[in-house]
Design a protein around this ligand. Structure first.
Ligand code: GSH
Length: 237
């Protein structure tokens, strides 16, 4: 178990959904940490590249030990500070629960997050609709069934779990960008509620949770998404 006196520094940027994962974990665990904002609009400094040679956020310093990659950072925090987020692997039922969370995160990332990234570079309405259809198929076939017992959070939990730590930043962006009409109509919130009602209820609960909203700035995310789409479209024109 981690000491409450451990010194944590999170290298982050609030617009990054991967870094947002670490914020959700830290907020939920109520672990004090120092925050260093990395300017993603400028080349990384040699100092930061010594911390994370990949040049990405997030990175976590734990008593001077550097941990990179958001899923590894989040899992480390959940393991280092035992809590309701996930049971230890040697707790009764712990290994099975961890396997269930891992499958959910895998399904969410491969069937939902990956297609959504494709929307940023899609040029025609046909292309967008084909991505939206792939998203909806993955949602209905693979993700909706894994939320059968969500109450309101993963696996019947009334508190946030590691499943939401690893997906919540994408869930809240999905709600924002679908609501703002940046995503095609076929993945609008009302359409999702019809095709995948459990998912829609879960999205509402996750997006309203204070640990998920704590660093989230909806306006900036909409602005950023519009700017990124324009930039990617211009680059591929
Ligand atoms: N696989 C990495 C992805 C992190 C990532 O892509 N971070 C982006 C910001 S969202 C980044 O740092 N990009 C560097 C850049 O924009 O130059 C993780 O999960 O931590």
């Amino acid at each position: 178990m981690a000491s409450q006196d451990a010194k944590l520094i999170l290298y982050t940027n609030h617009r990054c959904p991967w870094a947002h994962r670490a914020h959700i974990a830290l907020e939920e665990l109520q672990v004090p940490f120092e925050e260093v904002i990395i300017d993603l609009d400028k080349p990384r400094t040699p100092e930061y590249l010594k911390i994370n040679p990949r040049g990405l956020v997030p990175a976590l310093s734990y008593n001077g030990n550097i941990i990179i990659e958001s899923a590894i950072v989040s899992q480390f925090l959940a393991d280092a500070y035992p809590s309701h987020l996930v049971p230890a692997s040697n707790a009764p039922g712990g290994a099975l629960r961890r396997a269930r969370v891992a499958l959910f995160v895998d399904a969410f990332s491969s069937k939902l997050t990956s297609p959504l990234f494709g929307l940023y570079t899609a040029r025609t309405d046909e292309e967008k609709e084909s991505i939206a259809a792939k998203f909806t198929e993955g949602l209905v076939k693979e993700v909706e069934p894994l939320l059968a017992d969500a109450n309101p959070f993963f696996g019947g939990s009334d508190k946030l779990t590691l499943a939401e730590v690893l997906t919540g930043s994408f869930v809240i962006r999905l709600k924002t960008l679908a609501g703002a009409g940046i995503y095609p109509k076929s993945i609008s919130l009302s359409s999702l509620a019809e095709k995948a009602p459990r998912f829609a209820r879960w999205v509402d609960a996750v997006s309203a949770h204070p640990s998920v909203t704590s660093i989230y700035d909806e306006e900036k995310i909409i602005e950023g998404a519009k700017a990124r789409i324009a930039k990617l479209q211009a680059a591929s024109a």
